[in-house]
Design a protein around this ligand. Sequence first.
Ligand SMILES: [Zn+2]
Length: 341
Amino acid sequence: MPFDWSRTRIHCPVDLESPGRRCGHLLLPWSDNSNPLGGHPVPILIAAGAPGPTLLLTAGVHGDEFEGPVALLDLWRGVDPAGLCGRIVVLPALNAPAVRAASRTSPLDGANLNRAFPGDPDGGPTAQIAHMVEAVLMPGSDAAVDLHSGGKASWFHPCALPARAADGTIDAANMALARAFGAPAIWLLGSGNDARSLNGAATRAGVPMIAAELGGGGAIDPALVALAGRGLRRIMAHLGMIDGGPEAENADAGVWETADPALRITAPLDGLVEPLAAAGERVAAGQPVARWLSLAEPDRAPLILTAPRDALVLATGRRGLVAQGEIACQLASAVDGAQGR
Ligand SMILES: [Zn+2]
């Protein structure tokens, strides 16, 4: 179904409806000293073929996560509209002001886009982007994938993130997308997942969707870019948009959840945190996962932070010097006795 751009102040000069491959920039109206009367550009790319499903692909929701933007630019460049059933609509730097600043949050208003949904057409720049996705792009899409990573602050074991909806209607479709993506792990978001996220927008629209976490550290790992590229092409094949697609991988990926707050291991006080377990590693109850050291009290014995139960190390902090309450590592527990890596 055509996108209804009358619902947003954001201007789209790119034809997203007819067959072909095009790109350009949305113009986000936000009058400040950097851009008083123009618009802040947000890149948008389209590849459309024969009639078929619309797949919405986003990255750069957080501006310091760079694996996703690279994977999406590569994917678009490699898609031949002549062999495509449906269309991919690609926003590789959705929160473009944040991406240009290599910042998790927008320098225009300090907001985190993944906590800004459903957004506001008359709000600040981040709220306007969220509303544009919620009210224009998501209702015109049949499936969505949103690529993330740990950003500068952390590093994530590569995983796909399907959400469970309160009414369960799209749970199976979300899990099928996660299996098609083929990352080494599946991080299942509970029905209590933050509704202010892009996942929340998809759930409200009844659109099957996964997010993905792909490493991080504010860098770009080519192996993870390639993994994302294979996963996206498998999802396109799963949706019937292309023939074939890469061979399935990680069919035995375990399913993990983080609902228990005790699985988030945080710095007990300001200081230094050294990870003692790597993302992707399995740890046993009581096993050390990080070490905290004090700069304020140099002679104080280091504190050993341990896993409260058997778990997967889903992510580790990458900052080194941290404030009290910052993440040292995020653990995940197996869902329904799921095994796997
Ligand atoms: Zn992110």
